[in-house]
Design a protein around this ligand. Structure first.
Ligand code: NAD
Length: 249
């Protein structure tokens, strides 16, 4: 990864303030967890956009649960990769100057040890009662599909589906972090799902230095300060070295 002298200077300057990382499915790709929009994002003949919706669940909860069960199996077999570990290294070094915001539901950041994680879209290991209990539970082992709550209502994955609203409290914290960021890293997201995709734009408007890591150009590429055409596992080790070197000077 070759940074121009100007980019490295700007990155070092920004490293003295609050650091926010927004991650998407791409950071888990090197752990072999499929992204939604990649070629291996298809399950049977369904597209994710057709399964991760309240309408799909209402029409056919069994198929939706079978898909989540398939994804749970892949994630259970996956390990955090160099990208996840680098962000933990950053957190350990700068503490509460760091905030991780993820669109991922796989829990791999937490398995890498990261504590300051805002999971905007939920977590695949939790279930939520669709009936009167509304109870959210960590449920690593599922009973017979589709699983039911003790009240008799269906359980659903505790995930924000397309067409649903995000938790307003979490969203407030994410927007506050983006507003106060000096350095904003956008890692492995196509940045097409709002409101998550609004966060880097807000940080940019507030004067943050924005660095994107993605092997493909995205809709954000034309507006960010630095766009590294690399995988998270390739680019983050060196990027984090530079940030930490700058922080300790
Ligand atoms: P996306 O599938 O739309 O985009 C993934 C992005 O990652 C692409 O831009 C791709 O070029 C990039 N990418 C691929 N490999 C990469 C790598 N090794 N390093 C860095 N970048 C890489 O994903 P999204 O933007 O996160 O939006 C999709 C939605 O799907 C999110 O809401 C998320 O909740 C959900 N999702 C989550 C997971 C997961 O938890 N692991 C997996 C699939 C989808």
């Amino acid at each position: 990864m070759a940074l121009s002298a100007e980019h490295e200077h700007q990155l070092r300057q920004a490293s003295h303030g609050s650091i926010v990382a927004l991650t998407g499915a791409g950071i888990s790709a090197e752990s072999k967890v499929p992204t939604f929009r990649g070629a291996d994002g298809l399950w049977r003949r369904y597209r994710a956009e057709d399964l991760a919706t309240p309408y799909a669940f209402a029409a056919d909860p069994l198929t939706v649960w079978e898909w989540y069960d398939w994804r749970r199996g892949i994630i259970a077999a996956a390990l955090p990769n160099a990208g996840h570990h680098c962000l933990r290294r950053l957190e350990l070094a700068v503490g509460d100057q760091f905030q991780l915001i993820t669109q991922n539901v796989d829990g791999l950041h937490q398995r890498a040890g990261t504590e300051r994680v805002l999971e905007l879209h939920g977590n695949i290991w939790r279930t939520r009662c669709t009936g009167e209990h509304h109870r959210v539970e960590l449920m690593e082992q599922l009973p017979e599909l589709p699983p039911c709550c003790e009240c008799g209502a269906l359980l659903r994955p505790d995930i924000v589906w397309f067409g649903e609203s995000l938790d307003p409290g979490l969203l407030d914290r994410a927007f506050a972090a983006a507003t106060g960021a000096a350095l904003f890293l956008v890692i492995g997201t196509s940045a097409v799902v709002t409101p998550a995709a609004d966060l880097p734009r807000l940080a940019l408007a507030q004067g943050a230095f924005i660095a994107e890591i993605n092997p493909e150009p995205t809709i954000l590429t034309p507006i960010v300060h630095l766009s590294l055409r690399a995988t998270a596992g390739e680019a983050l080790p060196e990027l984090v070295d530079i940030i930490l070197d700058a922080c300790t000077q």
